[in-house]
Design a protein around this ligand. Structure first.
Ligand code: EPU
Length: 418
């Protein structure tokens, strides 16, 4: 998908079904490398990044069968793995770095190209690297690759992260499952995706406690066995639909949505005037007036997710009043604001703060998606605009939102791929 054509003005209403989280599914797939044999991941989202991860695992020697109709992938992992993840694949998605922990744990050597992914800030790897070094790996970078070797094996260590990084917590946790001795990760990420990965590892035989808390403890075991695991529902996709309802004076029921994973964003939507109710297997968001502006600061979970920051800026752009949105996780994420300015939004950015004065309607114009979430935020803004918006580089959206145009159409929006 290169471009999306969005006609503004529709009030979205109906039911959407949410599948597994991208940021869980990709990590679960990478973690299957830890055990020879056949693992199965279900509730898989049909997104481009799953295909990239499937290709990466294939090149490492696995046989991978993705079935988008059944929403599952079966991964047969060989006894001996390759250990090199090349740039052409890794540059397409940041989650490729998640093969580092499993590879060093199993093969005691890993060569992973420095990742690309979204252009949303510097996104270093120092926390990953320092953690694995503490566990006995020797790591350096050479010709664009992170090269890790643990000639004397991976050993448990007490690690304190400078920042509760999702990726670093995951790489250290996966490496620690097969280490000798105990690893503790202090200031660990508490995101539901990290918990989901930890639960999969436990199903594979890992000994892990403290998931979802600041301190995760892993006691290394000799080997893991393959397992089957259902991916956790995508809280960012669920949250995107919730903002879509609030921005279009809509009424959307989000099947499989988890209110317990979206407490702060849903509180913000209630503050903006939406009515949020739980349903038997999800939740419903209804809005019948112009939203009221809300102040937001992004933070690690359970704070307001940085991945919903474009959505809340888009909402504030058409809200009544002024607001301040502070980005504390990814410095580059305000790039998306330039695109909103093209739609007539009134936003001033200063460092990691954006001051927004709401206007009653945005003015349709050609814009470009700069990353997955910016792309989704632009779709919501376009829906609240006065005409036809063409969104360039819309392939970004396919990386994280399964069948987005089709789902939008089912809710009454006029959105087509062009
Ligand atoms: N950071 C470092 N050094 C490190 C690791 C991280 O400085 O070694 C910094 C990053 O630059 C960033 C902050 O720490 O400023 C947080 O990064 P974190 O490691 O937590 O993020 P990540 O693992 O790279 C995942 C998601 C992101 C999501 C963040 C925060 C995946 C593949 N990506 O990234 O999702 O925004 O956690 O929740 O899981 C997306 O889905 O669109 C997306 C960008």
């Amino acid at each position: 998908m290169e471009r999306l054509r969005v006609v503004g003005g529709a009030r979205l209403s109906g039911t959407v079904r949410v599948f597994g989280a991208k940021n869980s599914a990709l990590k679960l797939m990478a973690a299957t490398l830890l055990a020879p044999g056949e693992s199965k991941i279900t509730n898989l989202p049909a997104i481009a990044d799953v295909d990239y991860m499937a290709e990466l695992l294939t090149r490492l020697g696995c046989s991978v069968k993705v079935n988008n109709e059944l929403h599952e992938v079966i991964i047969a992992v060989p006894k001996k793995l390759g250990h090199r993840a090349d740039y052409d694949l890794v540059r397409k998605m940041r989650a490729s770095i998640n093969v580092l922990g499993p590879l060093i744990a199993r093969e005691l050597v890993a060569e992973v190209a420095l990742p690309g992914g979204d252009a949303i800030g510097s996104r270093g790897l120092d926390f990953h690297i320092n953690g694995l070094k503490d566990m006995g790996a020797e790591i350096h970078s050479e010709h664009g690759f992170v090269i890790a070797r643990a000639s004397n094996g991976i050993k448990g260590a007490a690690i304190t992260l400078e920042f509760p990084s999702v990726g670093a917590t995951e790489n250290i946790m996966t490496a620690a499952t097969l280490a000798t001795g105990r690893t503790t990760i202090d200031n660990a990420a508490r995101e539901p995706d990290v918990v989901d990965l930890g639960e999969f590892l436990i199903a594979m035989g890992a000994k892990i406690t403290g998931l979802g808390t600041h301190t995760i403890t892993i006691d290394g075991v000799k080997e893991l066995k393959p397992a089957t695991h259902a991916t956790l529902a995508d809280r960012i996709v669920s949250g995107t639909w919730a903002f879509a309802a609030a921005m279009t004076k809509g009424d959307i029921t989000i099947e499989n949505g988890r209110v317990d994973h979206l407490e702060v964003p849903l509180d913000k939507l209630v503050e903006a005037g939406a009515v949020v109710t739980t349903t038997s297997n999800g939740f419903r968001v209804k809005m019948d007036k112009r939203p009221i502006a809300v102040d937001v600061a992004t933070l690690p979970y359970p704070g307001f997710p940085t991945d919903l920051q474009p959505m809340v800026i888009a909402l504030n752009a058409i809200a009544e009043g002024t607001s301040l949105v502070t980005e504390n996780v990814f410095e580059g994420r305000f790039m998306f604001v330039n695109e909103l300015l093209r739609l007539g939004a009134n936003i001033q950015v200063d460092g990691h703060h954006a001051a927004i004065t709401g206007i009653s309607e945005l003015s349709a114009a050609p814009v470009a998606a700069t990353d997955i979430r910016a792309g989704a935020g632009l779709v919501l803004a376009a829906l609240a605009s006065d005409g036809i918006t063409i969104i360039e580089d819309a392939y970004h959206i396919d990386r994280g939102y399964p069948d987005f145009p089709v789902q939008l159409q089912s809710l009454g929006a006029d959105v087509t791929r062009v």
